[in-house]
Design a protein around this ligand. Sequence first.
Ligand code: AMP
Ligand code: FE
Ligand code: FE
Ligand code: ZN
Length: 274
Amino acid sequence: MRIDLHTHSTVSDGTGSPAQVMREAADAGLDVVALADHDSTAGWDEAQAEADALGIELVPAIEISAKDRWVSIHLLAYWPRRDDPTLVDMMEATRAARVGRAQQIVERIAADYPLTWDDVATHAHGSVTVGRPHIADALVAKGVFPSRDAVFAEVLRNGSRYYVPHYAPDVRDVIRAVRAAGGVPVFAHPGAHTRGRIVPDAVIADLASVGLAALEVDHRDHDDEARERLAALADRHGLLRTGSSDYHGTGKLNRLGENLTAPEVLEALRAQHA
Ligand code: AMP
Ligand code: FE
Ligand code: FE
Ligand code: ZN
């Protein structure tokens, strides 16, 4: 069984449609794949239809933007009820905030590079959740940078002078909302320190007591040392350990199935899905 519990489509900042991601998942030999677009469930139906046709299992998921004080956290939610009013409102507020924030980032970048909001809007067209990758795509299309990665390294990384954060709910509120919606909350790439600040171990202990189910231990952004530390932390606090690719299509180097989740972990997560 090959299980990859974290991928993105054009609904957020991936480059393939939900159906395309499912076809690529089948081609990569995956048996189970989660579509986890940022702050949206809009890709679920298309993905489900294609997964059914291909004979693979779709785990419907969301990567919900959250915060612990000023530290940005991504929380994966598996099988939540998509019509849960609290979750729906939370995601709507974040998506709205992301638009104003992206416009502010573009204003700052426009002082130094040839870029307009229209350029970015063209690249975000069709996505319900706007993110920095869409700004990167606009700069790549204009020939200013060769790749998304290059734009992030130079302009879009956290802490750059062009960076603006966006509103996101407190991670404890998100964990409780996901549980109340029958979903299973998992901390995405908790040790990805090259992307920005990460939370200390004590926060993960606290989140375990609030209802967190697992840590995404095996992820491209974690080196061996980070994986060992997170695995020990998971064991200490009774958390499961997942692994996934965080596939974004051609937007990032991440390949489908490059990190996998064990079948017994998937079943343990499924058992927690109310
Ligand atoms: P945002 O959600 O707007 O804050 O942007 C964060 C997203 O940018 C992440 O979900 C990744 O998809 C993407 N990202 C972060 N770092 C990089 C990078 N170095 N290269 C390409 N994409 C990145
Ligand atoms: Fe992303
Ligand atoms: Fe993420
Ligand atoms: Zn992701």
